[in-house]
Design a protein around this ligand. Structure first.
Ligand code: FMN
Length: 404
C-alpha cells in the first residue's frame, strides 16, 4: 500500500543522503580520520546504522495495514506520541472490548515523578485507537480509569458495530512524527489555523492556549532553555533522561524504544558522527541544550499549552493526551510540524516531588494566567525537513493475550 512504498522511497532517499554525508564526513573529518582508517570508519558506520535510517524491524510497525482485525487497532495505537518513546502500554484485546493498561516498568523516573507524561502518553495511544476503530466498522466508546481499585487500568474501550465513516485523521497516523529540527522562520502559522486547532482542542476537560506573540514566545523559549539547563544540572534527572537515549543501532533494533540520534533533529553530519563515535551523557546533553536553544525554541512559529482544571487528575491527563495526539494528526495533515517541549513541566513536577522551591511552577503560571493548569506544552511551525520515524516494539510485545 501507499505507506509502504512511500517508506521505501524515503528509506532509499535517506540512504543516499546519508552516504553523501558520510563521504563528507570521511572527506572533511580530519579528526575522525585520525582515529580510524576510512575503511574501518565505513564499516563502523554501516554497523551502526548510518546508512539505514528508518529501516529494520524496529521501524516495521510504521507500515500500518488498513484495519482488518482487532489487533490492527492496537497497531494504530502504538504509533502514538509518547514521552521518551517509553511506549508505556499494555493492551488486552477481546472481540467486544479492548482494555488499556499502564506498563508500570516503563517510566522515566525523576523526569516524570508524578506519571503525568506517562498518562498523557496513554491518552495519545487511546486517541489513535479511537480514530482507527470506524475503519474496522466499529465505534469505540472509552471509559477512562474504569476501576478505582486499579489505577493502572487506564481505559476500558467498548467496541460496537457501526456504519460511521472512517476518520480523515486515520491516514496521518503512520506519517506523524515528532519533528525536532528547525522550523521555517519565514512562514508563520496562520491565525485561522491556530484558532481552528484551539476550537478542536476545546472540550469539558481540556483547553488550548497559544503563545504566538513574539514577547510570550521569547519568554516561553527562555524558560524552556533554563529548565533544560536545570535538568542537566540535576544528577538524577540527567541520568533518568539519558537512560532512554538510544545510540547503538543493535539496541535500537532489539529494544525498539527510546529517543534515537536519527530523531534528534540534528544535521545528517552530526547524526553520522554521533553514530560512529559514541557520545557521553555530557556530550549528549550539551547537544540537547544547543538544539533546544539554537534550533527548537528559536524557530518555533508558536508554542501551545494544553490546559486542564486539575493537573493531577488521571482522566484529565488522558484527555489532554487524546487532544495532543488529535492536534498532531491534524497538523500532520496540514503539512505542519510539531514537537512536544516539556522541560519546564518536567522541572515543575520535579520541584513538587522533591520539595524544591517552585520557581518554574510560578514562572509558567505567570506566563499562562487564569486558564487552569498547563500539563503539556509543544511547538508548532512549518518543517524544513521531513521528520524521521522512531522505533516501535512489535504489537505482539504489548498484547496481554493473543488478539482475536
Ligand atoms: C507527554 C509527552 C511529553 C513529551 N516531551 C517531549 C519533549 O520534551 N521533547 C521532545 O523532543 N519530545 C517530547 N515528546 C515526544 C516523544 O519523545 C515522542 O513522541 C517519542 O519519542 C516517539 O516519537 P514519535 O512521536 O516521532 O513517534 C513527548 C511526548 C509526550 C507524549
Amino acid at each position: 500500500m501507499k505507506h509502504e512504498s512511500q517508506t521505501q522511497d524515503d528509506a532509499a532517499e535517506a540512504q543516499n543522503f546519508s552516504r553523501r554525508n558520510l563521504l563528507r564526513l570521511v572527506g572533511g573529518g580530519a579528526g575522525l580520520l585520525a582515529v580510524a582508517g576510512s575503511g574501518a570508519l565505513t564499516w563502523r558506520a554501516a554497523d551502526n546504522g548510518v546508512f539505514a535510517e528508518g529501516s529494520g524491524p524496529a521501524y516495521e510497525p510504521w507500515n500500518l495495514p488498513a484495519p482488518t482485525g482487532r489487533a490492527d487497532l492496537v497497531r494504530a495505537a502504538i504509533l502514538a506520541a509518547n514521552a521518551h518513546n517509553t511506549q508505556p502500554w499494555i493492551f488486552r484485546v477481546e472481540d467486544s472490548y479492548i482494555d488499556l493498561f499502564a506498563d508500570s516498568g516503563r517510566t522515566i523516573g525523576t523526569i516524570d515523578p508524578l506519571l503525568r507524561e506517562q498518562q498523557i502518553s496513554l491518552g495519545c495511544a487511546l486517541e489513535n485507537l479511537m480514530i482507527a476503530a470506524p475503519a474496522l466498522g466499529l465505534q469505540a466508546i472509552a471509559e477512562l480509569v474504569p476501576d478505582s481499585a486499579d489505577p493502572g487500568h487506564i481505559a476500558h474501550i467498548e467496541l460496537r458495530e457501526s456504519s460511521a465513516a472512517a476518520s480523515p485523521l486515520l491516514k496521518a497516523i503512520p506519517v506523524r512524527h515528532t519533528d525536532r529540527a528547525a522550523y521555517r522562520t519565514d512562514q508563520a502559522v496562520p491565525r485561522q489555523t491556530l484558532d481552528r486547532y484551539r476550537r478542536a482542542a476545546e472540550d469539558d476537560a481540556v483547553s488550548l492556549v497559544w503563545l504566538s506573540e513574539p514577547e510570550v514566545r521569547q519568554a516561553f523559549g527562555d524558560i524552556t532553555v533554563r529548565a533544560t539547563e536545570a535538568i542537566i544540572a540535576d544528577p538524577d534527572q540527567a541520568a533518568d533522561d539519558y537512560r532512554w537515549y538510544r545510540s547503538d543501532w543493535n539496541d535500537i533494533q532489539t529494544l525498539r524504544d527510546g529517543v534515537t540520534i536519527d530523531a534528534s533533529g540534528q544535521s545528517a553530519f552530526i547524526r553520522g558522527a554521533a553514530k560512529i563515535l559514541p557520545t557521553t551523557q555530557q556530550q549528549n546533553h550539551d547537544g540537547w541544550l544547543r538544539g533546544t536553544r539554537d534550533t527548537q525554541v528559536s524557530t518555533a512559529a508558536a508554542f501551545g499549552a494544553i490546559m486542564v482544571a486539575d493537573g493531577h487528575d488521571v482522566a484529565a491527563r488522558l484527555s489532554a493526551g487524546r487532544t495532543f495526539q488529535r492536534l498532531h494528526l491534524m497538523a500532520t495533515g496540514d503539512g505542519l510540524a510539531m514537537q512536544p517541549l516539556c522541560q519546564v513541566l518536567e522541572r515543575v513536577d520535579r520541584e513538587e516531588s522533591a520539595g524544591l522551591d517552585d520557581v518554574f511552577n510560578r514562572e509558567l503560571a505567570d506566563l499562562l494566567p487564569g486558564a487552569g493548569k498547563a500539563i503539556m506544552t509543544f511547538r508548532i511551525g512549518y518543517p524544513t525537513v521531513a521528520a524521521p520515524p522512531s522505533p516501535r516494539r512489535a504489537v505482539e510485545e504489548v498484547l496481554l493475550t493473543a488478539a482475536p
